[in-house]
Ligand binder design. Sequence first.
Ligand code: F0G
Length: 415
Amino acid sequence: MKVAAGWLLRCIDCGSMFDSDPAGYTCSRCNGLLEALKEGGSLTRGELYGRPAKGIWRFRALLPFGPDVRPVSLDEGGTPLIKAVNISRELRVRNLHVKNEGQNPTGSFKDRGMTVSVTRAVESGVRVLICASTGNTSASMSAYAARAGVTAAIIVPAGKVAAGKMVQATAFGAKIIRVDGNFDDALSMLLQTISGLPGFAGMNSVNPYRLEGQKSTAFEIYEQLGFSVPDYVVLPVGNAGNISAIWKGFKELRDFGITEKVPRMVGVQAVGASPIARAFWKGSETITPVDDPNTVASAIRIGKPASAKKALAALRESEGMALTVTDEEITAARSLLSSKEGIFVEPASAAPIAALREISGKLEKDAVVVCVCTGNGLKDQESIRIDIEDAPLVSDRSGLTDLLERLASRPLVPA
Ligand code: F0G
C-alpha cells in the first residue's frame, strides 16, 4: 500500500527509499530497519500543536496519514508530566520531571505507537495483527485489535511475562502463543516467518509506523515544559524502539524549525540485559547479543534489541549516554517513586530513576531532566511483597480506636 503523500520510508542501512510498505516493514533489498521521512518543508508551532484532536492525533501534521484516514484510537497520549518535588533533593536533581506513561489506555507508552501502526494495518486491509512481546506490546496490540475488530496473535516467552499483562491480552481476546525460550527467540521466530505470510501485519517496533506514534512523547514533553526543550531525557531501553522514536520526535521539532536545541538522550538498561550500553561504551555501531538476558525488569529483559542501530545513533547524535543499573537499584527506585511521589510504575520504568543516582553529580546544577516512566505498576505486582496478611485485624470500634491512638501517638477519645 502507498505511503501517505509527502512521505517516504527510508532504509537506515542501504538508504533505499520506498513509496509503499514492503512486506514485514523492513527493507526489501537488505532487510534493514526503515524510518518514515516527511519530505522537506517547515512547520510553525501552531501548525503542529493547534489542532483540536485529542492525544497523539493532534500531531497529524507530523504523522504519515492523509486527512481522511480514521484512526483506531483509545485516546492515547496526553499523559501527565509531573514535577518530582519530593525525591529531587535525595536524587540531587533540582529540576526533575516524570512523564507518566502508565496513564495510557492500556497502561504503557506502547499505545502511542499502536494506534498508528494498527490504523495503518487496518487501512491496508490486514485482518490479523501479530507481535512478540515481553508483555506491554501484546496488551496494547490486543486492545487496538479488539477496537478495530481484527484478530490479535501474540507470541510471548513462556513463564517470563508479568501476570497483569497476560490478563490484559486475555481480556482483549488475543490468541496467545507461548515460546519455549526468551523474548529474543520469540521475536526472531516472528520476523523470520512474517514476511512470507500475507494477511498478517507485525506490530513490533521494527514497524516504522509504531515509532511515528511514539515520537509524540517528545512533542508533549516540549509543550508541557512551557515550550522548552529539556536538557536530558532518561528512559529504559529494551528492544530500543522508544529511545529511537523519542529522539526522532525531538529531531523533527528542530528540523521543522520549531525548536533550536535537542536534549541529550540517556538510555538505561539492566546490568543483566545491557547489549546497547556495552556497545555504546565501546564506541561500536553494532551490539554483541546477550544470550541469556536476566533482570527483575521483565519488560526490558532483552538481549538482542531489534532497533539497536537506531538507538545507538540516538545516543551518539544527541551526545547522550548509556547507563546500567542493578536489580536492587531498580527495586529501590521503584519503591522511592511510589512511596514519595505516589507514582506506581513497573520495574523497567524505575530504571531511569535508579540511574539518576549514578549521574546526578555530573549534571549541570539547573539541568532540566525528564524521566520517561514507561509502564503502570499495577501490571507487575509479582515483584512486590504484599504485607496484607501481617496487617492488624480489628473486629470492633474499641480495637480500631486503640490502633488509631497508637498511630497518632496520643489518646483520641477524652478520658
Ligand atoms: N518499559 C516498558 C514498560 C516496556 O514494556 C518496554 C518494552 C520498555 C520500557 C523498553 O522499550 O523496547 O522500546 O526499548 N517492552 C516491549 C514489549 C519489548 O514487548 O512490551 P523499548
